[in-house]
Write a protein that binds this ligand. Structure first.
Ligand code: PEP
Ligand code: MN
Length: 264
């Protein structure tokens, strides 16, 4: 179902009345890794909106590598994201980590994210295939392109065709960056599938210094959008502070991104 042989024209996935991914416009989703409290998510939402982002991101259910790390505010986090949406008009994407909470997350969110660690959780993929919200599917950290497309197939074969693929870096021998951004995945996926492709330079590099250049490169490679971590106070973030941009740096990135998008 994801194959270009089945459907030749590129898919445009609607997220809300105002936002669709896969069209002419590069869609930028931005916000903190985790929702921490009301002030933090509202400040983040206002800042990313002012900079020109079309969507808000924020984790309420966090799939942490360590069980002792902050696990998220759960439903309270979803409520705060909805509040930020009411205030700014930005639709939001947030992660769902198990089949049991899909209906709860879908009752708040505009788009559901399947994280890298759950990208082959087939029960979860099947469950989000049965809802009517768009799904941002991240590539697993050790996943081939073919396996990635098969995970999309798990969602689509249940009936939900609104899938957006997200490359967020893969595991290699390199340790200078958190993961290795596989930018070639963009043209490779574009050759194989009609689904939109988004790049996550934040998890791909793990370092805020590298977010802007990789964002410009993603647009040049043909990506349909970006998902970027932005935090008003990265030094005190509950998760992923080192890769989070301060609002001012994010605004500068957005300004320059417009030039690259026009040229692309
Ligand atoms: C995230 O988006 O905060 C996240 C946990 O991403 P990934 O699943 O790509 O690691
Ligand atoms: Mn994160």
């Amino acid at each position: 179902l994801a194959s270009k042989e089945v459907k030749k024209e590129s898919s445009v996935v609607p997220v809300s009345d105002t936002v669709a991914i896969g069209g002419k416009e590069i869609v930028v989703m931005a916000g903190p890794c985790s929702v921490e409290n009301e002030a933090q998510i509202i400040e983040s939402a206002l800042a990313v909106k002012a900079a020109g982002a079309q969507m808000l991101r924020g984790g309420a259910f966090k799939p942490r590598t360590s069980p002792y790390s902050f696990q998220g505010l759960e439903e309270e986090g979803l409520k705060l994201l909805a509040k930020a949406r009411d205030l700014t008009g930005l639709p939001f994407v947030t992660e769902v980590i198990d089949p049991e909470s899909v209906d709860l997350v879908a009752s708040y969110a505009d788009m559901l994210q399947i994280g890298a660690r759950n990208s082959q959780n087939f029960a979860l993929l099947r469950k989000v295939g049965q809802i009517k919200k768009p799904i941002l599917l991240k590539r697993g950290m050790s996943m081939t392109i073919q396996e990635f497309l098969m995970s999309a197939e798990y969602i689509m074969s249940e009936g939900n065709q609104s899938v957006i693929l997200c490359e967020r870096g893969i595991r290699t021998f390199e340790t200078a960056t958190r993961n290795t951004l596989d930018l070639a995945a963009v043209p490779v996926l574009k050759a194989k599938t009609h689904l939109p492709v988004v790049i996550d330079p934040s998890h791909a590099t793990g370092n805020y210094h590298y977010i802007a250049p990789m964002s410009y490169a993603a647009v040049a490679a043909g990506a349909d959008g970006l998902i970027i971590e932005v935090h008003p106070d990265p030094e005190h973030a509950s998760s992923d502070g080192p890769q989070s941009l301060k609002p001012k740096k994010f605004a500068a990135l957005m300004e320059k991104l417009r030039l690259f998008a026009e040229a692309a």
